[in-house]
Ligand binder design. Structure first.
Ligand SMILES: [Zn+2]
Length: 149
């Protein structure tokens, strides 16, 4: 079922059930580096506003298509700033600006991308119906090891 809703300055049409089914079928394909492992370890503890954002779209936040963090000099066990984490859902932009990193709350920015990075679209979501989402977030270090990479 296609729903229309406003996220920040964007009006989005999206299919929550189709996206949920795609994420259930998806592998945990993130890489094994420390910053990716720390991101995924944080996913169950994301702030309420962030969890609500993912939940409305039907996205499992523990399964990003890509993770980019601002890498601090090692050793490090403080908060890590994740600058561009990509997700994908069934949907399209109805209206809204060309804008990156719109602040939904403190330390949580979103963008709906008009440009499609085809290699970032998981196989479970058809390219013709894919909407790419970028989020930025600062997260605590949850791993039992200092950052060394
Ligand atoms: Zn990684």
């Amino acid at each position: 079922m296609v729903t229309r809703a406003q996220f920040g300055p964007w009006e989005i049409e999206y299919d929550r059930e189709a996206t949920q089914a795609a994420y259930v079928a998806m592998d945990d394909a993130y890489c094994d580096c420390q910053s990716c492992r720390n991101y995924v370890a944080n996913a169950p503890f994301f702030p309420e506003a962030v969890r609500q954002f993912f939940d409305s779209l039907g996205i499992d936040p523990a399964k990003p298509s890509d993770i980019t963090s601002a890498v601090p000099p090692p050793p490090w066990n403080g908060p890590l700033s994740y600058t561009s984490n990509l997700y994908c859902c069934f949907g399209r932009i109805v209206s809204g600006p060309e804008l990156r990193n719109y602040a939904m709350s403190k330390n949580f920015g979103i963008s709906f991308l008009r440009e499609l990075y085809l290699n970032m679209i998981p196989g479970e979501i058809s390219k013709e119906q894919a909407l790419l989402i970028e989020i930025s977030i600062t997260l605590p270090w949850l791993l039992d090891e200092p950052y060394t990479e």
